[in-house]
Design a protein around this ligand. Structure first.
Ligand SMILES: Cc1ncc(C[n+]2csc(CCOP(=O)(O)OP(=O)(O)O)c2C)c(N)n1
Ligand code: SF4
Ligand SMILES: [Mg+2]
Length: 305
């Protein structure tokens, strides 16, 4: 990808305001374990907000429940630490009713693909405008090491102490097949790449999904070493000649063995639910232009007589 061409945009907010500072958008001290990958995601999110100069009243940070989902506590802006697995439903309503906000949703692999799996599929097919970043650590962190939907076969946890028996979900394949219009993959060990992906996702007019590998140093240490050159692994980008509008090619990339590829797998334009629903509302309101609400009601009652 090109080197973040849109990062240096002029401020989007009121003319003379000072640029957003990190202090303004930083809230409580994160409570994650030392070395947790989620720290890296949070610091890149601060960076994104600063680079794009989005003042705190223009951004909303939504999450479900989990270690990763504690995210909104640490951002000084609109936000909700919502119900486990239900972050996308809350964020969908927010996105549709408040088009002036940039809606970002964060969560973990359990929140996104276990209890929240159904919401994920339907948010994708509806193409609701927001960015959804899943901090995938292949385990339930907050509840102290249960098997998650992305845990690899054989992973020993408190729920499968003999080793996980169930075939894991592939988040990228799931996202593509459900109709997500922007699908990218990154990792907490490459902050520059993560910023590029978040920036591109934010530019996308639709539902943009990022799987971000984010190590749980407490309950699954070393899970992503194979993707980390500093640990002897390999960080392989999506090939330069990959066509991100080719769904079959994106699916093939997503099918590669772990650690797989990093970058934008899929990106297409399709009308958002936000735009379609606004069109329906405009058309309905157009029919009653210039009329008072009581007259409209009376006319409806008259028809029912
Ligand atoms: C309705 C409901 N069911 C179960 C829980 C317990 N619970 C809280 S977080 C969690 C899983 C967290 O795993 P993940 O989403 O992967 O986030 P992580 O902690 O790994 O970042 C579970 C099962 C809950 N809080 N609410
Ligand atoms: S338990 Fe794991 S995911 Fe949770 S804060 Fe600690 S290292 Fe991070
Ligand atoms: Mg998890």
């Amino acid at each position: 990808m090109s080197d973040s061409a849109t990062l240096e945009q002029p401020p989007q907010d009121a003319g003379e305001r000072q640029p957003v500072t990190k202090k303004e958008i930083t809230s409580n001290q994160p409570t994650w374990c030392p070395g947790c990958g989620d720290f890296s995601v949070l610091s890149i999110y601060y960076k994104l907000i600063q680079k794009r100069n989005i003042h705190h009243e223009r951004v909303a940070t939504v999450a479900g429940i989990g270690c990763s989902s504690r995210f909104p506590y640490f951002v000084q802006a609109h936000g909700a630490h919502y119900i486990h697995g239900r972050a996308l439903s809350f964020a969908s309503g927010l996105s549709i009713s408040r088009p002036d906000l940039h809606v970002f949703t964060f969560g973990g692999d359990g929140d996104a693909f276990s209890i929240g799996g159904n919401h994920f599929i339907h948010t994708a097919r509806k193409n609701i405008k927001m960015t959804y970043l899943v901090m995938d650590n292949f385990v339930y962190g907050l509840t102290k090491k249960q098997t998650s939907p992305t845990s690899p076969l054989g992973f020993k946890s408190k729920t499968d102490n003999w080793g996980a028996l169930d075939r894991p979900i592939n988040p990228m394949k799931l996202a593509i097949s459900a109709g997500t219009t922007f699908v990218a993959r990154t990792t907490h060990t490459n902050p520059k790449h993560m910023l590029e992906m978040m920036n591109a996702a934010m530019d996308h007019d639709g539902f943009s999904f990022i799987e971000c590998l984010s190590e749980c140093t407490e309950f699954f240490p070393g899970a992503f070493d194979a993707s980390n050159p500093r640990k002897g692994g390999e960080f392989s980008l999506v090939p330069e000649d990959h066509d991100p509008t080719d769904e079959a090619a994106a699916y093939a990339l997503a099918s590669e063995d772990f650690p797989g590829r990093f970058g934008i797998f899929y990106s297409v334009q399709r009308p958002t639910k936000n735009a379609l629903e606004a069109g329906v509302i405009d058309a309905a309101q157009g029919k009653f232009k210039g009329k008072q609400a009581p007259d409209v009601l009376q006319a409806t009652f008259n028809k029912m007589k």
